[in-house]
Design a protein. Structure first.
Length: 125
């Protein structure tokens, strides 16, 4: 039986790694092109959701069971870290719009967790 905490940590590390790589890519695009931040906002949002989905899938495949819980915990941990970062680093609370995004992030990570469990079971047979 694999530990949920290890699975959640792997998933969360994957989310932050993917988010970092996407952030680097978008910053290079903004620096060396004529795009502005508002023109890339949809792509940034999609990259965020994709990172959470992949992180949830990694967490679900590592745990091998209860992917919706594992993915959900991955999304919750990611959101809590961002909430703490914004509150402690910038001394500001989340707005309602941001809360909606984070609820959607958690749901997306849950879906990734379910897919990750199903993919890991498919490879073991």
């Amino acid at each position: 039986m694999k530990s949920f905490s290890n699975s959640v940590m792997y998933g969360t590390m994957a989310v932050f790694t993917l988010a970092f790589m996407c952030s680097l890519l978008f910053s290079l695009i903004l620096k060396f092109s004529s795009f502005n931040e508002s023109s890339l906002s949809m792509a940034i949002t999609l990259a965020s959701f994709l990172s959470l989905f992949i992180g949830g899938a990694i967490a679900g495949s590592k745990s091998g069971r209860k992917g919706w819980i594992t993915g959900g915990l991955t999304g919750i941990l990611y959101s809590l870290i961002l909430i703490l970062y914004q509150f402690l680093g910038y001394d500001s609370l989340f707005k309602w719009e941001q809360m909606v995004y984070h609820i959607c992030f958690i749901v997306t990570a849950m879906m990734g967790g379910v897919l990750g469990v199903n993919l890991s079971k498919g490879t073991k047979q």
